[in-house]
Design a protein around this ligand. Sequence first.
Ligand SMILES: [Zn+2]
Ligand SMILES: [Zn+2]
Length: 250
Amino acid sequence: MPAESKISRREIDRLLVENETHDCSEGGKNVCVRIVAIADLPTRFGDFQVVAFHSPSDQKEHAALVRGNPIGQEHVPVRLHSECLTGDTLGSLRCDCRDQLEQALTEIGKRDLGIVLYLRQEGRGIGFQNKIRAYQLQEAGLDTIEANEALGFRPDERDYAVAAHMLASLDVRSILLMSNNPAKIADLRFHGVRVEGRIPIVIPPNPHNRRYLETKRAKAGHLLEPASTGLPEQLDNATSPETPTSSRTT
Ligand SMILES: [Zn+2]
Ligand SMILES: [Zn+2]
């Protein structure tokens, strides 16, 4: 990656000053994040810059892995990834989160421009404990979605609000979404992101996650060819608590 094709020192300084006092949480918006630091991050997938975001409202820390300089750019390839401790870090085969993350980083690492948003919302708010509870229920015979429903969870759009804000913070003008899930495009658009297109990605299943992938295909409307055994999205994370207070708007 040529030296000029990354976020410059001057741009970093400007972003940090802007973000220091940034607060858009008034007016009913409950999702606001600030850029607090940007540094080089050489990885096994290529040279990136990593952007540290902090959410003043819930103290979550999110990350953007940035390839090239996306500031003010159109058609920036973007992948959303929700944190999955069991998959990303521990190498679980019950889901394919790690494969998805590695594939996204590999794909974007080959390009001059792209962003992986790493959303630190294990299970989109249901958290690690509840995810393992859902696994326990699946071992009793429920499928992924039934298990989450049995625990009272429902799909949530909060991640998209956070992702949209992160892209806006980086002055990204429009994106190409790396996803097989049309709902993600609609949700991002709802939150004001200009999605100009989609980049599909395909990952073969393994014997442990085949049922999970088939459930996603059958129940969640994912765009998988019948003959393809390809990539789903992170459905095990696409849930949040169904409580009287969970109908929050983002
Ligand atoms: Zn904000
Ligand atoms: Zn996972």
